[in-house]
Design a protein around this ligand. Structure first.
Ligand code: CU
Length: 121
């Protein structure tokens, strides 16, 4: 996933550089603007929906540990791991053993839970 993102950024950089060398100075801005937009779009698109069972809740460090199912969007197998929550309030009303739907946001190589809600059953 992150290797892919780096490649995308590199390709965008090369495309910008080659555009600059080919075009007049006045045209450089036009060529660069869409590239900036593209990188912003790909970083905001880095979220993934997942399902897991809560195995631990750490309200002191705002970490939710989940035994999550495989997450196809980011090619993760099923595993138990801790995630930082974006807002401590997300932990309110949760309990160990609960099955939840949650959303992860990737910031570099750090995954943060941005939403979590018990599955309706
Ligand atoms: Cu995991």
């Amino acid at each position: 996933m992150f290797k892919f993102m780096k490649i995308v950024a590199l390709v965008a950089t090369i495309a910008t550089l080659s555009a600059c060398s080919k075009n007049e100075a006045s045209e450089q801005k036009k060529a660069e603007a869409p590239m900036e937009q593209m990188s912003k779009e790909s970083s905001t698109a880095m979220t993934a929906q997942a399902v897991g069972v809560i195995t631990a809740i750490n309200t002191k460090e705002n970490i939710l540990t989940l035994n999550h199912e495989a997450i196809a969007a980011i090619k993760w197998p099923a595993m138990t791991m801790g995630f930082k929550v974006a807002d401590p309030k997300l932990l309110n009303g949760l309990a160990v053993g609960q099955k939840v739907d949650f959303e992860l946001k990737a910031d570099g190589e750090i995954y943060t839970i941005v939403s979590v809600k018990p599955e309706n059953k």
